[in-house]
Design a protein around this ligand. Structure first.
Ligand SMILES: *Cc1c(COP(=O)(O)O)cnc(C)c1O
Length: 416
């Protein structure tokens, strides 16, 4: 990128992107658009151009940008009390704990901030349960994870990844993981037979979002869940991306009719305004961790507690589960009608969908996303050739049809 730091003829966007180019770590490769405003399903760039947001910050903005109810609660609580740490009780956290118990039906919540921390917490809960309840020696304990997973970016969490761009040259990694291919029940059976007594948990995403919205076969999760229980192994569902109405169910695990032993939530739990994550589990798992044995300064802070409760109330009051299911069907139906050599497959559940593309005449998914951006819709390729489409769940039919129009025109123009 040319150095435009002192050039007054460049646009605001170019100047700002140059700041990041020069002063930010290069740990992301964003589309060249600089956003400064959002409302519902739309975002605006610094030049005032409007876009459909079809990424929703990787499903952290399920309730739509700057939802008035969530922002109101955020502001009100900010004026009252923001942070207490867990050295003292806070009114907001106590209410949040009871609320979450009633909302999701688990005995208890362990509140954290980011998704990766939520996953770390689930791994610690599982290891502790394995040590206390199953009597597995600490140096033997194992957790089974899946090929193609994405659970976050901390060192232990990237240990589970089989994507070199996640783990390479960050070693030494954390021992105690066994990886099996996703969507392969026999592989899990073999791993459990081989390591059974030493395994405390199996962790999976109900749909692999970062892997490109990879949807496993119907019943796969149910069979994993049953197999785990036959071996006295905990089933951990990482619902950070799939949870909170995204796939047309409150939790994606419901598609398979299972109730995971530990659920990890994040992203949309923060209503698109704060990082809020949590582990949900019952007493037998949760109560093995005693005071002082795990925590986070900000975990469950009053601001987060109020925001999370409002974010979840909005999901129910605005029927976002039902809307995600209905709009998702419409999306896949209409996108499947597009006749383009770029499109290999359309897949997903609810409003977590993807188009698997194939390069044509040297044009790739990145070029398609650039063209969609120019036409007013933001989506981002994952793994080079897959484009994820995940708008805020508040999208209505008219907006969705307009967005589908942009996507259709883009594919038609790309081959014209
Ligand atoms: C995004 C994501 C995470 C990590 O969440 P962060 O808040 O980025 O740490 C973990 N698991 C899944 C399935 C995710 O999609």
């Amino acid at each position: 990128m040319a150095n435009t730091l002192n050039d007054c003829k460049v646009s605001a966007s170019e100047r700002l992107m140059d700041y990041e180019e020069h002063y930010g770590a290069h740990n992301y490769h964003p589309l060249p658009v600089v956003l400064s405003k959002g409302k519902g399903v739309f975002v605006w760039d610094v030049e005032g151009k409007r876009y459909f947001d079809f990424l929703s910050s990787y499903s952290a903005v399920n309730q739509g940008h700057c939802h008035p109810r969530i922002v109101k609660v955020l502001k009100e609580q900010a004026d009252e009390l923001c942070l207490t740490s867990r050295a003292f009780y806070s009114e907001a956290l106590c209410e949040y704990e009871k609320f979450m118990h009633e909302y999701f039906g688990y005995d208890r919540i362990l509140p954290m901030n980011t998704g990766a921390e939520g996953v770390e917490t689930a791994l610690k809960l599982a290891r502790r349960w394995g040590a206390v309840k199953k009597g597995i020696p600490n140096d033997k304990i194992k957790i089974i994870c899946c090929g193609g997973n994405f659970h976050g970016r901390t060192v232990t969490v990237i240990t589970m990844s089989d994507d070199p761009s996640s783990y390479a040259q960050y070693g030494p990694l954390t021992p105690g993981f066994v990886r099996v291919p996703y969507n392969n029940i026999e592989a899990l059976r073999e791993a459990l037979d081989q390591y059974g007594d030493e395994v405390c948990a199996f962790i999976a995403e109900p749909i692999q979002g970062e892997a490109g919205v990879f949807v496993p076969d119907d019943g796969y999760l149910k069979r994993c869940f049953d197999l785990c229980h036959e071996h006295n192994v905990l089933f951990i569902a990482d619902e950070v991306q799939t949870g909170i109405a995204r796939t047309g169910r409150m939790l994606c695990s419901e598609h398979d009719g299972i109730r995971p032993d530990i659920v990890v939530l994040g992203k949309a739990l923060g209503g698109g305004v704060l990082p809020v994550s949590a582990c949900l589990a019952d007493d037998e798992i949760m109560l093995n961790i005693q005071p002082g044995e795990h925590g986070s300064t900000f975990g469950g802070f009053p601001l987060a507690a109020r925001v999370a409760m409002e974010a979840l109330k909005v999901v129910k009051d605005e029927h976002l589960v039902e809307n995600a299911e209905r709009m998702g069907r419409l999306f896949r139906e209409e996108i499947s009608k597009i006749n383009s050599p770029f499109i290999k497959q359309v897949r997903g559940r609810g409003l977590l969908n993807a188009i698997v593309t194939e390069p044509v005449a040297g044009k790739t998914a990145w070029d398609i996303c650039i063209r969609m951006m120019e036409k007013g819709l933001l989506a981002k390729p994952t793994h080079d050739h897959i484009i994820r489409f995940a708008p805020p769940l508040v999208i209505n039919e008219e907006q969705l049809r307009e967005a589908i129009g942009i996507i259709r025109e883009t594919f038609e123009e790309m081959t014209a």
